[in-house]
Design a protein around this ligand. Structure first.
Ligand code: NAD
Length: 351
C-alpha cells in the first residue's frame, strides 16, 4: 500500500528519515499527532527486512502511542522511532550510533521525545542524552524513572479493580480468581500485588522458573501455557506477547473479565464485538497498560515517584468510564476507548 495512503488511513502526521554514513545509522521517526503536546514514544532497534517494513512499523506504533497518551490524559502526542539494525551491527560503535540518533531527535526541535523500547537499553538512552534533552528513561542514578514494569503492573491492578467494581460492584479483590498469562516483568509484579490484596491466582509461563516462584511465594496454581484459556476464573490477565484473543482462544474463555498488560490483545477489532456478545468485559489494552508511559512521561516535568503513582492510580477512573460508556451506548469497549481518544484529538470519532 502507498505510504501516503497508509498515513492518510492512520491520520498522520509527520515521518522523518535519517541516514548517517559515518555511524551506519538508518532511523525513522514517525510523529502521529501533536494536538495534546510533544509526541512521546520509544525507540525500537530491530532487524527489518527493508525500509518499507520499518516505516510501516513506525507508523503503526506511533499511532498506538497517540491513543495511549490521549486515553491517559497525558499532555503528549504519539511518536515512535525505529532504527534499522544493520547486519554488521556488532562491529559498529553502538554508543556513536545512538549519539547520532540523539542528534537526529534534537534536529526535530522538540516535537518528539524518545525513550527505550524493544532492542534498546538504558545505556543507549545515555548516549542519546549526550546530544539532546528530548530523551527519557536514561540512567536512574541521574534522576530518571527506572524500570517501568512495576508501574505498568500497578496500573493493571487499578484497571482490574475498576472492572471488578463495574462487574460485581465490589471495592476489593478478596477471593477474586485471576488467571495470568505470562509472569515476566509486569505479570510477576501484578501477581505480587494481587496476592497481597487477597486474590486467588492461576499462572502460566513458558519459563518454568518464574511459574514456580509464583507457586512458592503467592500460592498460585500453575497450568500448561495453552491451558490458561480454559481456566474457569473471574479475570483473565494476558501479560505475555502476541494476540491472545483470537478465533481459536475466544470460544474457550471461561472468564467474566479480560484485563491485562499485553499490547494488541485482540487479534482483530471484531473480537471486541464477539466478547461483548458473550458478556465478557474486555478492558482495552492501551488504557489499562499505560502505567509505564505515565511514569516515564513524568520525567519530563521533574521526576517524582509519588506523583507518577498517583497519576497511574487514575487508570481506575479511565477504565470505569470506558466500561460504563460501553454499557450506556451498547458498544464494544475497544470501540469506546477509540472514540474517547478521537473525540479528544479530532473533536469527533473517526468511525
Ligand atoms: P516480559 O518479556 O518480561 O514478560 C513476558 C512473559 O511472557 C515472559 O516471562 C515470557 O516467558 C512469557 N511468555 C511468552 N510467551 C508466552 C506464552 N505463549 N505463554 C505463556 N507465557 C509466555 O515482558 P513484560 O515487560 O512483562 O511485558 C508483558 C506484556 O506487556 C508485553 O505484551 C508488553 O508489550 C506489554 N507491556 C509492557 C509494559 C512494561 O512496562 N514492561 C508496558 C506496556 C505494555
Amino acid at each position: 500500500m502507498d505510504l501516503f495512503d497508509v498515513a492518510q488511513d492512520l491520520h498522520f502526521g509527520e515521518v522523518h528519515l535519517k541516514h548517517d554514513p559515518t555511524t551506519g545509522l538508518r532511523a525513522i521517526v514517525a510523529v502521529h499527532d501533536l494536538t495534546l503536546g510533544p509526541a512521546i514514544g520509544g525507540c525500537r532497534l530491530f532487524d527489518y527486512p527493508d525500509s518499507d517494513a520499518a516505516i510501516h512499523d513506525a507508523l503503526r506504533l506511533a499511532r498506538g502511542m497517540s491513543y495511549k497518551a490521549a486515553i491517559s490524559n497525558l499532555p503528549h502526542g504519539g511518536g515512535k522511532a525505529v532504527i534499522m539494525k544493520p547486519p554488521n551491527f556488532e562491529e559498529l560503535d553502538r554508543s556513536a550510533l545512538f549519539a547520532a540518533f540523539g542528534e537526529f531527535v534534537d534536529s526535530l526541535g522538540g516535537c518528539y521525545i524518545t525513550c527505550e523500547d524493544v532492542g534498546t537499553r538504558v545505556e543507549d538512552m545515555d548516549a542519546v542524552r549526550s546530544e539532546t534533552d528530548q530523551v527519557l528513561g536514561y540512567d536512574p542514578d541521574d534522576g530518571s524513572s527506572g524500570d517501568p514494569s512495576p508501574f505498568t503492573a500497578f496500573g493493571v491492578r487499578r484497571g482490574i479493580e475498576a472492572a471488578v467494581k463495574f462487574q460485581w460492584d465490589r471495592d476489593d479483590l478478596d477471593g477474586i480468581h485471576v488467571a495470568i498469562q505470562g509472569v515476566g516483568s509486569v505479570g510477576y509484579h501484578l501477581a505480587e500485588e494481587l496476592h497481597e490484596l487477597g486474590a486467588t491466582l492461576t499462572v502460566t509461563d513458558i519459563n518454568e522458573a518464574v511459574v514456580q516462584k509464583c507457586v512458592d511465594k503467592f500460592g498460585a496454581t500453575s497450568v500448561e501455557s495453552n491451558a490458561i484459556f480454559d481456566v474457569d476464573c473471574d479475570v483473565f490477565a494476558p501479560c505475555a506477547l502476541g494476540s491472545p484473543i483470537n478465533d481459536d482462544t475466544l470460544p474457550r474463555l471461561q472468564c467474566d473479565v479480560i484485563a491485562g498488560a499485553a499490547n494488541n490483545q485482540l487479534a482483530q477489532n471484531r473480537h471486541g464485538v464477539e466478547l461483548r456478545e458473550r458478556d465478557i468485559v474486555y478492558v482495552p489494552d492501551y488504557a489499562i497498560n499505560a502505567g509505564g508511559l505515565i511514569n516515564v512521561a513524568q520525567e519530563f516535568r521533574g521526576y517524582d515517584a509519588q506523583t507518577a503513582r498517583r497519576k497511574t492510580a487514575a487508570i481506575y477512573d479511565t477504565v470505569l468510564q470506558i466500561l460504563e460508556r460501553s454499557e450506556r451506548e451498547n458498544l464494544p469497549t475497544n470501540l469506546v476507548a477509540n472514540r474517547v481518544v478521537e473525540e479528544r484529538l479530532y473533536g469527533s470519532p473517526l468511525q
